[in-house]
Design a protein around this ligand. Structure first.
Ligand code: ZN
Length: 506
């Protein structure tokens, strides 16, 4: 006997609820492992994580899930579903189809391989030994190529990887937007290097107490409207944000004793991710839509707060006083505007995560071009160090002497996360486009920053972006917020205006 569609919908919701429960439990465990779990807990905890992830994968790919999403997609039933249920069915069906194309044993082997590869990568990076990591990298690429074939794709094989992080994104679109951005970034970078007006940054590297840094991070988060009754701030080597549900969105930062900018901008960045997750509409709680819509849109929010707010001149005209008071004796003879120029210094460098706002995108483009070539069959894994160095010389004019500062610097490939890097620059482009809109929309945006009125900004973003969670696709979000599709011109214009002023280039 066939079940009524309302029963099927109930079954579907229960399945999703279970999956979300596993996901939340896993989220807490990962957070714990990365923040304060005793060293000896790691082995046992990893095996628990393995069991729970396996159980979650089983639910996601179960016959029952296949049956209900199929049934609920039938036209006459589909018509009767509300927007949330439709979108949930769509998401789960996509995930189901994608996951069931990979045999369970191949998937499990891949998970084991990447977890081994991550620890080999750590050692290899430590020793700056690329050949040590190479056999693992080769295997990961082979698996990924197999998965791409099983998933299927249109156009370039790399599109199958992009779709995991930025649904709808393709190499054609990326080539175009990155091409335009690069054409305007590279000459600007040359003008900046030639400018005699280089900012003084000495006061950014003094001795800063951890407690003072923690307090200041806390204060800035409060100013941004981060809700401490629905989150907390901890410390970890690599800062991150984790959204368990809108009532529990945790962030971490890292305090470097001799570098004030690191904790400051890590906190604001992760705070931006957290505001997104804290302000998703409560009626999406417990659904698969209760998260950011894509890595790129998520990154647009962290970058918006970090760069458009936290690295802006009006923001520091307001908050520099507080910074001076929070770190007695450290900034007594510094002016707010000098501080603003210092935190925006442009310096081509080898390390992506330490890059400034302007050169950052070039780091991303290099990784994108290499990944695309790997999966397009034009580049072999063994050729990566050489190709890496050639591109760094060409785009940034710097060369890594050690693989640790070159091809081995990021963990992404060890984790099998090919296709992820472009999200970072997409985030910058989305953020700049949204910045243009918010400035037109909220009269006197700079005035708000200068008066420390950050809540209206958070509310604007909530109204247009945060509350929708995954109800809208990334392309829908950018269209709905700004009235046009992704356009790299806004980022290029913003960077040009900002850095011409800072470096006094006419
Ligand atoms: Zn981020």
């Amino acid at each position: 006997m066939q079940h009524s569609w309302k029963d099927e919908l109930e079954t579907f919701r229960q399945l999703v609820k279970k999956m979300k429960a596993y996901e939340e439990a896993l989220g807490v465990m990962y957070w714990d492992l990365r923040t304060g779990a005793p060293r000896q807990s790691v082995e046992g905890r990893s095996s628990v994580i393995g069991v729970l992830s396996g159980a979650m994968f089983k639910l996601q790919t179960s016959e029952e899930m296949g049956r209900v999403v199929q049934r609920l997609s039938e036209e006459d039933i589909w018509k009767q579903l509300d927007q949330t249920d439709r979108k949930m069915v769509e998401e789960c069906q996509k995930e189901y189809v994608r996951s069931t194309k990979i045999p369970q044993d191949r998937y499990e082997q891949f998970v084991v391989l990447t977890s081994q590869a991550e620890s080999v990568w750590e050692d290899a990076k430590e020793r700056s030994d690329f050949p040590m990591f190479l056999p693992y990298l080769k295997k990961i690429i082979t698996y990924t190529k197999e998965f791409i074939e099983r998933w299927g794709y249109e156009g370039h094989p790399y599109n199958a990887l992009l779709d995991q992080y930025e649904p709808g994104m393709t190499t054609d679109k990326l080539d175009e937007v990155f091409g335009q951005l690069r054409k305007r970034t590279v000459p600007l970078l040359q003008e900046i290097a030639a400018s005699p007006h280089q900012p003084d940054t000495a006061f950014l590297s003094q001795d800063y107490g951890k407690e003072e840094q923690r307090k200041f991070s806390h204060y800035i988060l409060e100013q941004m409207g981060y809700d401490f009754t629905a989150g907390r701030l901890d410390e970890s080597v690599h800062p991150f944000a984790t959204g368990l549900n809108p009532g529990d969105v945790r962030i971490t930062t890292s305090f470097r004793p001799d570098d004030i900018s690191f904790s400051l901008f890590s906190t604001i960045h992760e705070g931006g991710h957290a505001l997104y997750e804290q302000n998703i509409a409560r009626d999406l709680m417990g659904t698969v839509l209760c998260t950011g819509t894509s890595m790129g849109i998520h990154e647009s929010q962290s970058r918006f707060w970090e760069n458009k707010v936290g690295r802006s001149q009006p923001f520091w005209r307001r908050y520099f006083r507080e910074l001076q008071q929070a770190f007695p004796g450290k900034f007594d003879h510094v002016q707010a505007d000098d501080f603003y120029r210092a935190i925006n210094i442009v310096q081509p460098s080898l390390i992506r995560i330490e890059a400034d706002e302007l050169t950052y995108n070039l780091h991303v483009m290099i990784r994108y071009e290499l990944e695309k070539a790997l999966f397009g069959g034009e580049l072999q894994a063994a050729e990566l160090p050489e190709a890496w160095n050639a591109k760094y010389e060409e785009y940034l004019g710097v060369k890594a002497d050690r693989a640790a500062e070159g091809v081995l610097q990021d963990v992404h490939w060890a984790g099998g996360a090919f296709g992820y890097f472009p999200s970072y620059s997409l985030g910058n482009m989305y953020a700049a486009q949204m910045y243009e809109t918010i400035r037109n929309d909220l009269s006197d945006f700079d005035g708000l920053l200068e008066r420390g009125e950050l809540i209206p900004i958070k509310d604007w973003l909530t109204e247009r972006i945060y509350r929708f969670g995954k109800l809208l696709t990334p392309a829908e979000v950018i269209q709905h917020v700004t009235g046009e599709p992704l356009n790299p011109r806004y980022l290029a214009d913003y960077l040009e205006a900002k850095y011409r002023a800072i470096y006094r280039i006419d």
